[in-house]
Design a protein around this ligand. Sequence first.
Ligand code: ZN
Length: 206
Amino acid sequence: MNVPTTQGVLDAGARLAVEAARFTSFGWMRGTSGNLSEVVTRDPLRLAVTASGLDKGELTASDVAVVGPDGGPVEVGGIAPLTPSAEAGLHARIAGVSGADAIVHVHALNAVLAGHHWPAGVRLRDVETLKGIGRLAHDDEVVIPVITNSQDMTELGDRFEAAYDPRTPAVIVADHGLYTWAPTLKRARHITECVEWLLAYAIAIR
Ligand SMILES: [Zn+2]
């Protein structure tokens, strides 16, 4: 049992802000869309998640909310009680199920297009960039699952869990965007970049 510290949350917030600015520059967090999170404690599960309604290219370290396993806000001394993203519940579910400490959610166009073309999942194989998501460049059939969108995070979480494959650190939410996860935020960024490239490639050669 441990408690999130103010400094721990702000440190996570600073890292989330840097990555959010990067993803915004890629056009993957248009408007105020998308959200990023880091686990700050495991027992109990607490995540620092980007606050709702803010421009993701302009976040600062304190533009962060702390949530529990259901995505509801949790008070931490010294942290202003901002509204967490409505999607924080799915971040917490992904962190709990996968064991990942960093979760990325972006509204990358290629993820939505790929979900439209392949609603049963995006099949990929024999591409070098698959190594970037921890799979093999040859003779390894990779399926990026596609789940139906919902505004109910419990329902969406159940769909994620049903589709979850521990070998594949990404899921597409149809008509919505992409979630990826990894042990660190930097690794989650690399996975996001590679998945987005793989989806663009799949669309281009279909
Ligand atoms: Zn979203």
